[in-house]
Design a binder for this molecule. Structure first.
Ligand code: GAR
Length: 188
């Protein structure tokens, strides 16, 4: 059995997809960690009977409470699903090569601080890119710069809005994130 914790800050459609995909498998989503008390992911996780821990930036960075909880739960891997904060050094060190993120662009393009969610798609459209896609990568101390595990592309269409492009990119995320995370963990 492999235990994962999902960290999320927003709507949580990827978190929900991961939880649903691993139902009745050897992968257990033991808890969702969220830094935003208003995030949609909270209701999604609770509906799927996954406990949620809400924490502040201060608790994450200046206390051991989140790290203590991961240890208590005996979490093997951390999966970020729309988590919009850097992780503290202690967590990166303890879970070195065991933290995975998904980013809604073809990194290194459109990565870094401030590049998240809809802002990524706005920038892709502003630059008249012909294609976009997803990157699944390991997490290190900086935004979006850890080792890539997987990329795949989708077209950017003439009449795309940030929202229509986001929908196309989200479909790729739902299709590939559970699979790539599982394959990576099983090969570890
Ligand atoms: C996803 O598209 C994910 O790739 C992106 O936020 C969205 C979250 O959607 N992550 C980043 O931009 C990380 N830099 P969701 O809450 O519906 O899963």
């Amino acid at each position: 059995m492999l235990k994962i914790a999902i960290f999320a800050s927003g709507s949580g459609t990827n978190a929900e997809n991961l939880i649903e995909s691993y139902k009745n498998t050897s992968i257990v989503v033991s808890r969702v960690y969220c830094n935003n008390a208003k995030a949609g992911v909270i209701a999604r996780a609770e509906r799927l009977n996954v406990p949620v821990t809400i924490f502040s930036k201060d608790e994450l960075w200046n206390s051991t409470s989140v790290m203590d909880s991961l240890r208590t739960e005996q979490v093997d891997f951390i999966v970020l699903a729309g988590f919009m904060m850097l992780l503290p050094q202690t967590m990166i060190d303890e879970y070195r090569n065991k933290i995975i993120n998904i980013h809604p662009s073809l990194l290194p393009k459109y990565g870094g601080k401030g590049m998240f969610g809809i802002h990524v798609h706005e920038a892709v459209l502003a630059n008249h890119e012909k294609e976009s896609g997803i990157t699944i990568h390991l997490v290190n101390e900086e935004y979006d710069s850890g080792k890539p595990l997987f990329q795949t592309t989708c077209p950017v269409l003439e009449n795309d809005t940030p929202e229509t492009l986001a929908t196309r990119v989200h479909s790729l995320e739902y299709q590939y994130y559970p699979k790539i995370v599982r394959e990576y963990m099983e090969s570890f």
